[in-house]
Design a protein around this ligand. Structure first.
Ligand code: SAM
Ligand code: SF4
Ligand code: SF4
Length: 339
């Protein structure tokens, strides 16, 4: 632990910061930004409402003094924010930050873009892909983007020399559970680690119900029946994905059981929304308005004291105490704070 690292009310250290750089997206995934809500009339944020890159850099510097080492850029779709490389360069120049990663749908990830992101200092990329057949995938992204577009993005990332390229698949019953095994087969042996994510009740617009959750156990059972698996240990404490390796040496997969086996006990993550609100849990109703503090002229010491106070009183453990009632409580939307 660094001298100034802090722990919350449940003894959890602050280590990861996820930064949402935009609320906009070129997809309308049915489980994240359904068109009925995020349609033509939807009012997205204006540029001046977003944290600037200078403001994000400053906040990351302060977070780093409190123990944050890993930064993940997310959204909305982070690659629609112009000059993202500039932000990455700024964050990469902060000494204490050891890891910068990006979660993207990869539509804008050409070979050239992948190289420029890597040159700016991006270390790892997670690409979201929920099916391998166009019919299912287009029904999910709801804007007609074909699978090949994302596969090209994955190849571009793999060719750019990142430390890791992972593929994230959200599994929802009735949507894409028949794609589990085809996805496992496709990425088996490629070196790109496929991670399955249980459908979560983030926000209030995705019509979540527990019957739509395909559990981690079901996912592992389906794959294991075709491509035998065995469990392997975590890479580090607090890793959210449980790791499994193929018995035939074809690499590994990860399974994120946020609903069926929550991992709040190790949760070291906090999230900064595009408008500069700080959320200490993915399922929080509201966040702490850091943008106002930053724009009111507060100095770094004042901001640091605020952050310390927020983290110290943190008691979030939503997934461990989820109930039928809590699912209906107001919660921030995924497109505002990222996954
Ligand atoms: N647009 C980028 C993308 O899709 O990769 C980054 C933002 S997206 C909100 C981050 C991750 O959250 C994606 O992997 C997405 O599939 C996942 N996600 C979104 N809504 C979800 C939900 N309700 N349950 C589980 N994962 C979800
Ligand atoms: Fe956009 Fe990512 Fe949400 Fe899909 S999951 S709508 S790509 S932000
Ligand atoms: Fe962390 Fe909240 Fe998720 Fe629990 S529910 S793991 S506290 S983000």
């Amino acid at each position: 632990m660094t001298e100034s690292a802090i722990t919350d009310a449940l003894g959890r250290q602050l280590h990861d910061l996820r930064v949402s750089v935009t609320d906009r997206c070129n997809f309308r995934c049915v489980y994240c930004m359904p068109k009925e809500v995020f349609g033509r009339g939807y009012q997205f944020l204006a540029k001046k409402e977003l944290l600037t890159f200078e403001e994000i850099e400053r906040l990351v510097q302060i977070f780093a003094t409190l123990g944050v080492r890993k930064i993940r850029l997310t959204g909305g779709e982070p690659l629609v924010r112009s000059e993202l490389e500039n932000l990455i360069e700024r964050i990469a120049s902060i000494d204490l930050i050891t890891d910068i990663s990006l979660t993207t749908n990869a539509v804008l990830l050409s070979e050239k873009r992948a190289r420029s992101l890597r040159d700016a200092g991006l270390k790892r990329v997670n690409i979201s892909l929920d099916a391998l057949d166009d019919e299912t995938f287009k029904a999910i992204n709801d804007v007609g983007v074909p699978v090949q577009k994302v596969l090209d993005g994955i190849d571009a990332a793999a060719g750019a020399g990142f430390d890791s390229v992972k593929v994230n698949m959200v599994v929802k019953r009735g949507m894409n559970e028949s794609s589990i095994v085809p996805m496992a087969r496709y990425f088996h042996g490629t070196g790109n680690i496929l991670r399955f994510i249980e459908f979560m009740d983030v926000g209030n617009t995705n019509a979540w119900h527990d019957g739509a959750v395909v559990t981690a156990q079901e996912i592992v059972d389906q794959i294991n029946a075709e491509l035998p698996l065995e469990p392997i240990g975590a890479n580090y404490q607090g890793e959210v994905a449980k790791r499994w390796k193929y018995n035939d040496g074809g690499g590994e997969i990860g399974v994120i059981s946020s609903v069926s086996k929550p991992f709040c006990g190790d949760c070291s993550r906090t999230r900064l929304s595009a408008v500069g609100k700080l959320y200490t849990c993915l399922f929080a109703a509201d966040g702490f308005d850091l943008m106002s503090i930053v724009r009111s002229g507060a100095d770094n010491h004042e901001i640091e004291q605020k952050l310390r106070a927020i983290w110290k009183r943190r008691r979030d453990r939503y997934s461990e105490i989820r109930t039928v009632e809590s699912v209906l409580l107001p919660k921030v939307e995924m497109s505002h704070i990222g996954g």
